[in-house]
Design a protein around this ligand. Structure first.
Ligand code: ATR
Length: 279
């Protein structure tokens, strides 16, 4: 492969870290190429799609608000992305577009790298939220050896829809946030998937009843240390920060595009320095 032509479609994306991440991968692997931002408003979505087809990009990422819309323009869809109902990575082979979702798998790999012993049937998992991000994460978690993956959400029906993505070996109970707060001691691993806490000092639930030593994960990465994670830390939890998900989903996407497997080395540390610079 001589050069890679890559990009990102979404809105708003001008502050996206993805160009930095993918340029870093290209440099690391000695690949020439570019990763271009295609910031697109809703009314121009179809026109940008035409442009991407014409440019014959090798691949591109898709972010908010187009992860569902893009599916109509694909020639092929990975089965897991089809179940999740959202695509964040598209690859072009012989003029055909195939869509994948690397968000959930990337997220789970990032947690496993920090806490490999967590992935055991005896450990109980609680997901907070049932939106787009939760779908990829829930789908990836139910393919792991956990026997209980519960969901707490503000809107009960959305949690019910999410639980339809369950695998047979897993039990899923649906809780309100009040119930989740009261029963928090039952869980070994809690993941916060909503945007609550983004650029604000707020937390979705109180962690007063957290089990000592439980892993608490937040997908919000601005700020890197959210109020939720601070509270987890002061209640003797082990924390997992949101930027890792962003990096690992990008790694999986880049592996699809380049066909190369590679380690992350110190990339996460470099990313932290960049994010701290933005705070
Ligand atoms: P995303 O695609 O980023 O996950 P989303 O699909 O809008 O965004 O989902 C947002 C999730 O955050 C949902 O679970 C939403 O709860 P509802 O299903 O009740 O809408 C949750 N959420 C967002 N803001 C919230 C808030 N202020 N309090 C509680 N839950 C909130």
């Amino acid at each position: 492969m001589s050069t890679l032509s890559l990009g990102l479609i979404g809105f708003p994306i001008q502050h996206s870290l993805s160009p930095w991440i993918h340029n870093h991968f290209m440099k690391k692997l000695g690949i020439n190429g570019e990763y271009v931002l295609y910031e697109t408003k809703k009314e121009h979505f179809a026109a940008t799609i035409d442009r991407l087809k014409e440019k014959q990009l090798n691949g591109f990422n898709v972010t908010v608000p187009y992860k569902q819309d893009i599916i109509n323009y694909l020639d092929e869809l990975d089965p897991d992305a089809a179940r999740i109902g959202a695509v964040n990575t598209v690859t072009q082979i012989n003029g055909k577009w195939k869509g994948y979702n690397t968000d959930g798998m990337g997220y789970v790999q990032s947690v496993r790298d920090y806490y490999p012993d967590l992935f055991q049937p005896k450990n109980r998992v609680l997901i907070l939220g049932a939106g787009g991000a939760a779908r990829g994460i829930y789908r990836a978690l139910v393919q792991e050896p956990f026997s209980i993956v519960d969901i707490a959400n503000r809107t009960f029906e959305k949690a019910q829809q999410l639980a339809e993505l369950k695998d047979d070996h897993v039990e899923t109970n649906i809780l309100s946030f009040e119930e989740a707060q009261l029963r928090l001691e039952d869980y070994d691993y809690v993941v916060q998937t909503t945007s609550v806490g983004m650029n604000k000092e707020e937390t979705i639930i109180s962690l007063d009843n957290l089990k000592k030593g439980a892993v608490v994960s937040d997908i919000v990465y601005q700020p890197l240390m959210t109020s939720f994670l601070k509270e987890a830390h002061s209640n003797y939890g082990k924390i997992h920060q949101g930027h890792a998900m962003l990096l690992y989903q990008a790694q999986l996407a880049f592996q699809i595009w380049s066909g190369k497997q590679f380690g992350l080395g110190d990339t996460l540390k470099l990313m932290e320095e960049r994010l701290r610079g933005n705070e």
